[in-house]
Design a binder for this molecule. Sequence first.
Ligand SMILES: C[S@@+](CC[C@H](N)C(=O)[O-])C[C@H]1O[C@@H](n2cnc3c(N)ncnc32)[C@H](O)[C@@H]1O
Length: 210
Amino acid sequence: MKASAPDEVCELYEASADWYSEMMDSEIDLPLYSDTLGRLHHKIEKMQGTLIDTACGSGHMLKMYHDRYDKNRSLLGIDLSPRMVAIASDRLGSSAQFQAADMRDLNSIEDGSAVAVINFFALHHLDSEDAYRALCEWNRVLQPNGQLVIATWEGAGAIDYGDESDIVALRYRADEIVSLVDKAGFNITRSDVEPVEGFSMDAIYLEGTK
Ligand SMILES: C[S@@+](CC[C@H](N)C(=O)[O-])C[C@H]1O[C@@H](n2cnc3c(N)ncnc32)[C@H](O)[C@@H]1O
């Protein structure tokens, strides 16, 4: 099964960005976000480099990182949807840089310039070949010992968006995503499958080091 093309995915998020941002105003208070970012901060606080969110959506995770953990960290948010980028940019002001770009090709970012790459709930928009390509690209921009933090929908087959959209997005089994991350050159330090409040699907939370 093929995931929908980026222009169709972009169209979905252009149309739903404002709604999504409002939803994240409360979702960001779920413990998983502060647990994940707190753990990341502990690992990178003594390292230099940019923290990149490669599918930043409405920018809530970057905002939490800035406000709660490190006001001096250089932050970069990337997202396919210009509307998402505009919302995230309004949220963070001068505290972060943003680019409307594709997470598979980070052409403007130098090798080894990032201390961490985070990607929450966006890999389901890529086929496994493209997910591998994206992971290799994230590995390229990370410095040695840089950190990778991913969350994606776990399981098999397509995600049912109901009446909301007919785009095709894919779930990955834990062993599939672990294998892709490993093949892209990361040492995996955490891989947990957990339920997500309010959703019928589980998510896999994966952390790794370059
Ligand atoms: C479900 S939202 C998650 C947003 C954010 N990471 C969060 O957890 O709130 C998925 C995001 O991935 C972005 N996205 C999808 N495909 C992308 C791609 N190829 N490159 C960059 N961003 C992409 C969408 O525009 C959308 O903002």
